[in-house]
Design a protein around this ligand. Structure first.
Ligand SMILES: [Zn+2]
Ligand SMILES: [Zn+2]
Length: 342
């Protein structure tokens, strides 16, 4: 049989020589520092909590910061906390943390308070954005002299949408600068990985060709060589909808995807697949925008009658089965003969 050294009560087991009541009496099981500094980014408004920057409400952030600094007495375990806060001024909160604790096999409630002071700073990401930091450049150019405006804005939205989306989960991702130049567009990107992803995405979409080059840009804080990578994506002249020549035959380029494309023969309207490595052999015969509109005189199948847009004489051209024919159709001439372009 043992006894409590303080009150003398006999008992089976003691905690540090004391009975439970004497052990718990007046003891502080949780501690908090006198004050806690909480950083908030003055630019994006995110808070530095748990070792990373994250969005939060002001009061919630203050309470979380207090809990983060909560200390528990050796041998005790915090099971659950509840926080109460009182705003003293917009940058100062008095936060009380009430903890449910397990000490040995006894449940105790403990209370501690601190003052949380909110300090303005600029997070790493915002300071990098402000400093136009970049690790890679995505350069998009065209085989033609210049990238047309439509394609250019399509690519700008594609890249910015993707980065906007991804930056919500990966704070390392941002665009420092978008620059239209030399008939193309340059994106200054925050990471090498992002440059690689975007280069693949853009070239897959248009069946472009990729090149990358590295340039020594200085040293990192720990003395390593730091490289910037430039990803050059050269877009082909052809686009979906154009009439192209492949192996001496004329086709409509129906679709482009990451692994190649689909071509539709203008002679018999049969489709064939073409692999990505063979895509560069496609030559543009007529851009979609250069195709002529011909007025339809009468419909039918397998031929319809149209007015030749140059001579205005009536000619018959073949159309695919089941095609919906409107008042005008797109046509192209090949060796002096008109062909229907779906
Ligand atoms: Zn006792
Ligand atoms: Zn920030």
């Amino acid at each position: 049989m043992r006894f409590c050294v303080k009150c003398g009560k006999d008992l089976e087991r003691t905690i540090g020589g004391l009975c439970t009541d004497c052990y718990l009496d007046g003891r502080k099981f949780t501690t908090l520092p006198h004050h806690v500094d909480l950083e908030v980014c003055a630019v994006c408004g995110e808070y530095y909590l748990g070792g990373k920057w994250a969005p939060s409400g002001r009061r919630k952030a203050a309470e979380d910061a207090a809990v983060e600094h909560l200390g528990a007495l050796n041998g005790s375990r915090v099971k659950f906390v509840e926080t109460f806060s009182e705003e003293q001024d917009p940058r100062t909160y008095l936060v009380k943390v009430i903890s449910e604790m397990a000490v040995e096999d006894v449940e105790v409630e403990a209370e501690a308070s601190t003052i949380v002071r909110i300090k303005n700073t600029v997070c790493k990401r915002c300071s990098r954005i402000q400093g136009s930091y970049y690790e890679s450049i995505l350069q998009v150019r065209s085989e033609e002299r210049a990238l047309d405006e439509d394609t250019m804005s399509e690519i700008v939205s594609m890249v910015t949408d993707y980065v906007d989306q991804q930056s919500k989960v990966n704070r390392q991702y941002f665009i420092s600068k978008v620059e239209k130049m030399h008939g193309g567009v340059d994106f200054y990107l925050s990471s090498i990985a992002l440059g690689r992803i975007m280069a693949k995405m853009v070239s897959d979409r248009y069946s472009g060709e990729n090149k990358e080059s590295a340039k020594l840009a200085g040293r990192t804080d720990d003395g390593q060589d730091m490289y910037r990578i430039t990803y050059l994506v050269r877009l082909p002249e052809f686009k979906a909808g154009d009439v192209v020549v492949y192996n001496g035959r004329h086709y409509k380029l129906v679709r482009i995807f990451g692994t190649g494309g689909r071509l539709l023969s203008l002679k018999d309207f049969k489709e064939i697949s073409i692999r990505r490595p063979d895509m560069p052999s496609l030559k543009v015969y007529r851009k979609r925008s250069e195709l002529k509109d011909a007025t339809v005189v009468s419909g039918g199948y397998p031929e319809i009658q149209i007015l030749d847009p140059l001579s205005f004489s009536t000619v018959e051209i073949r159309v695919p089965e089941g095609e919906m024919i409107g008042e005008t159709v797109k046509v192209t001439d090949i060796d002096g003969v008109l062909y229907y372009v779906p």
